[in-house]
Design a protein around this ligand. Structure first.
Ligand code: MSK
Length: 641
C-alpha cells in the first residue's frame, strides 16, 4: 500500500486522524488507491481514448504526431463529444432512476399498497400538484397523489416528441423555456433522452460534435426534470426541510450506542430507519449499548435525513470508508449511488456489517437485504437488529473515535428560505432579497454542488472558495458532498457568519436570522439538501427571475463544483450551463483533448444560452472568476453598487 501524507489527503482533521489508523493497519482507502493509480493515463484524462467499440481502444495523439483518427474514422472532437454525452446520460439515468423510485412509491401509496408511508407535507403536495395542473379543490388526498404520480411517470413514458416533460415545463421561467424550446433542447421523456444519448453515440451514428453536445444538453435537462420530481415528491412524502440544529463529523459516532450509518441517496429506506430506531432502543440497551441506537448519515442519504430530521452527518463521499475504522460503526446501510465497492473489504478488518438494500446495487462481500417499500418497517427493523447483533462482536480495544464534531444549522429548502424572508416582508418575501442584491449588501449567489475527488485535498477547495466569496458578500448555498464539507468544517454555523461574511452579507444574514427567530445570523452556508436537491436552487433562481421579469441567465448567480467527480456532477453542471448559469469546475473534465468541444461548452454555450463552464483548479483564481461573472450580471441588470 502506498504510504500517504495524510495531511495532504484531506483538510478534515477527523479524516486525517482516521487515515493514520488506516496506514498503521495497512488498510486500503480511496487515497491509497489513488496513489497506486499514478500516473493516470493521459489519453483518458484528455478524453482522447475511445472505448466505444471492440476494434479499440483507439487513442488520438494530442500532439498531432501520431494517429489523429480512431479505426472507424472518428476524430478527436467526435470521440471527446461522444464520451462526454455518455457521461451525461449516465448521470441523468442515476438521478432519474432515483426519481422514478420515489414516483412509484407515491403511486403505490395512492393505491393503498404501502402502509409505512404517508404524505407528511400535505401543503407541499398541494402546491406541487397545482403547479403541475392537477386539480386539488375538494378532492380526496389520495386521488391527488395518484394523479400527480401518473403525471410524473408520464415524463418517463411520453412518446410525443413535441410535448416537453411536465416538471420542466411547469417549473422554469418562461423566457428560459422559450430559449430551450427554440434550440430543441427540451426533452419529452427522460428515458428516451437517455436512450437517444446512448444510441446517437454508438459506433457509426452522430459524428458532429456540435450536434452531439446539443443532444447532451437535452439529456442534461432530462436529468434536471428527474431531480425536480425526486426532490419535490420526497418533500411531500417525508417533509420539506426546515432549519434544524444538528452536528457533523466523525465524532457523531458514539462509543456506547449501536451506530448505524445510512449511505447512498434514496430516502425511502433511511427515513423509515429513522422512524423505527427508537422502537429498538431497548433491544440495543439490552445488548449493552447504554445509549441505544444512534443513526448517522454518510454522503447524500446522510444529507436527506440530516436536512429533514437533524440526523448527524458523519462524513461525505470520499471519507465514507473511515467511519468503519473507528471500530465503533456497527452497520452501514447502503442504497444507491456513490457507494464505494471497497466497503466490505474495509469492514472485513472490523465487526461492521455492510448491508446492501437495492437489488440493482449489490456488492460482493456485503450482506444483501432486499428492501421492499411494502414491508418498509419490517425490513428496517431487521436491518437495525443486524446492527445490534454486530455490536456484540465489537473489539473495545480497537475503538478510536475522533473527538471532532461541529454544530451545523441545516434544512434550508427553498420554502424555508422564503419563510425566513417572509418574517421580514410577509406580503412579498423575495423583496428583501432583491433589495439587498440591488443595494450591494448581497453581491450575488453561489451554489456549491458536487463531490469530493482525490485529485484535490478533500474539502479544501470548497472551504477556500466559499470564504473568499462570502468575504465579498456573496450568499453561499450548498448541496450534496459540498454541503457535507461545509458542515464538517463548521461553516454552517452562526459563528462562521460572524467570522467570514463580508459586512453587507453579515448584516443581511443577521437581520433575517434574528427576524426568523434563530437568535443570531443565518449560517454562512445554507444547506439545501442532497445532490438531487440542486433543483431547490433552480426553484429559488426561478422565483427570483419571475419576480424581476428576467431570465435565470440575467441573475447574479454562479454555480461551482470545485471537487467534481461523478457523471451526475457532469450532468448537473451541464444543465446549469443550459439554464444560463456560469458554472465553475475545479476538476479538469476529460474534454481538453478537443478544442472544438472545449469551445462549445464555453464560448458557444455562452452565446447560445448565457451559461458556460469556467474550468479553474486554483481556488483563489476560481473565486475571482466567479466574482467577475457575478459583476458582469450585475452590470447587465444595471446594478452599479
Ligand atoms: S453523493 S454525486 S459524490 S455530491 Fe450525492 Fe456526493 Fe457527488 Fe455523489
Amino acid at each position: 500500500m502506498a504510504c500517504l501524507d495524510c495531511n495532504t489527503c484531506s483538510s478534515d482533521p477527523a479524516a486525517v486522524q482516521m487515515l493514520a489508523v488506516a496506514e498503521a493497519n495497512n488498510i486500503g482507502t480511496a487515497w491509497s488507491r489513488h496513489a497506486q493509480q499514478q500516473p493516470q493515463c493521459g489519453f483518458g484524462t484528455t478524453g482522447l481514448c475511445c472505448r466505444i467499440c471492440l476494434k479499440g481502444p483507439c487513442r488520438i495523439d494530442p500532439f498531432g504526431q501520431g494517429p489523429q483518427f480512431g479505426i472507424c474514422g472518428a476524430d478527436r472532437d467526435t470521440i471527446v463529444a461522444r464520451h462526454l454525452v455518455r457521461m451525461m446520460a449516465a448521470g441523468a439515468a442515476a438521478h432519474s432512476e432515483h426519481g422514478r423510485h420515489i414516483a412509484l412509491a407515491m403511486l403505490h401509496l395512492s393505491q393503498g399498497h404501502l402502509h409505512d408511508y404517508s404524505i407528511r407535507d400535505e401543503e407541499k403536495l398541494l402546491v406541487v400538484a397545482k403547479r403541475l395542473g392537477v386539480a386539488t379543490e375538494g378532492r380526496d388526498l389520495m386521488t391527488i397523489v395518484r394523479e400527480l404520480a401518473d403525471l410524473t411517470l408520464h415524463d418517463f413514458q411520453n412518446q410525443n416528441y413535441d410535448e416537453p416533460c411536465h416538471w420542466l415545463a411547469a417549473s422554469l421561467p418562461a423566457p428560459r423555456l422559450k430559449k430551450l424550446g427554440d434550440l430543441g433542447l427540451l426533452p419529452h421523456n427522460i428515458d428516451a433522452a437517455v436512450a437517444q444519448s446512448m444510441s446517437r453515440t454508438h459506433l457509426g451514428c452522430d459524428a458532429d460534435p456540435t450536434n452531439l453536445i446539443l443532444g447532451g444538453l437535452r439529456v442534461a435537462l432530462a436529468d434536471l426534470d428527474g431531480e425536480m420530481l425526486a426532490t419535490e415528491l420526497s418533500d411531500a412524502l417525508f417533509g420539506t426541510p426546515k432549519p434544524i440544529v444538528t452536528t457533523s463529523n466523525l465524532g457523531v459516532i458514539k462509543r456506547d450506542a449501536v451506530n448505524v450509518a445510512v449511505n447512498g441517496h434514496n430516502p425511502l429506506l433511511s427515513d423509515i430507519i429513522c422512524d423505527i430506531a427508537a422502537d429498538l432502543n431497548d433491544e440495543a440497551i439490552a445488548a449493552g449499548a447504554k445509549d441505544g441506537i444512534n443513526i448517522i448519515g454518510i454522503c447524500c442519504t446522510g444529507n436527506e435525513v440530516m436536512v429533514r430530521h437533524g440526523i448527524p452527518l458523519a462524513t461525505n463521499y470520499l471519507s465514507q470508508e473511515l467511519p468503519i475504522l473507528t471500530g465503533a460503526l456497527d452497520a452501514m446501510v447502503l442504497d444507491v449511488q456513490c457507494i464505494m465497492p471497497s466497503l466490505p473489504r474495509v469492514a472485513e478488518c472490523f465487526h461492521t456489517k455492510i448491508i446492501t438494500t437495492d437489488k440493482q446495487n449489490k456488492i460482493a462481500g456485503a450482506t444483501h437485504m432486499d428492501f421492499q417499500e411494502a414491508k418498509a418497517s419490517e425490513n428496517a427493523k431487521s436491518i437495525v437488529r443486524m446492527a445490534i447483533e454486530a455490536f456484540k462482536h465489537r473489539d473495545p480495544r480497537r475503538i478510536q473515535i475522533p473527538n471532532i464534531t461541529q454544530q451545523a444549522i441545516v434544512g434550508f429548502s427553498t420554502e424555508a428560505i422564503v419563510a425566513a424572508l417572509a418574517t421580514i416582508n410577509a406580503a412579498d418575501p423575495l423583496q428583501p432579497l432583491v433589495d439587498n442584491i440591488v443595494n450591494g449588501n448581497i453581491q450575488g449567489v453561489v451554489l456549491f454542488a458536487g463531490c469530493n475527488n482525490t485529485k484535490t485535498q478533500q474539502d479544501s477547495a470548497y472551504i477556500a472558495i466559499a470564504r473568499s466569496l462570502a468575504k465579498r458578500n456573496v450568499l453561499v448555498l450548498a448541496t450534496g458532498c459540498a454541503a457535507g464539507a461545509y458542515a464538517k468544517a463548521g461553516m454552517m454555523t452562526q459563528d462562521a457568519t460572524r467570522q467570514y461574511a463580508g459586512e453587507g452579507l453579515k448584516s443581511v444574514l443577521t437581520a433575517i436570522g434574528e427576524s426568523a427567530g434563530l437568535g443570531g445570523p443565518l449560517p454562512l452556508v445554507l444547506h439545501m439538501g442532497s445532490c438531487v436537491d440542486n433543483s431547490r436552487a433552480v426553484a429559488l433562481a426561478t422565483a427570483l427571475a419571475n419576480k424581476l421579469g428576467v431570465d435565470i441567465s440575467d441573475l447574479p448567480l454562479v454555480a461551482s463544483a470545485p471537487e467534481a467527480m461523478t457523471e451526475k456532477a457532469v450532468v448537473i453542471g451541464s444543465w446549469a450551463v443550459a439554464l444560463g448559469i456560469p458554472t465553475h469546475l475545479g476538476t479538469v473534465p476529460p474534454i481538453v483533448g478537443s478544442d472544438v468541444v472545449s469551445q462549445l461548452v464555453t464560448t458557444t454555450a455562452r452565446d447560445l444560452l448565457g451559461g458556460y463552464f469556467i474550468v479553474e483548479t486554483d481556488p483563489e483564481l476560481a473565486a475571482d472568476k466567479m466574482f467577475a461573472a457575478i459583476q458582469e450580471r450585475r452590470d447587465g441588470l444595471g446594478i452599479q453598487t
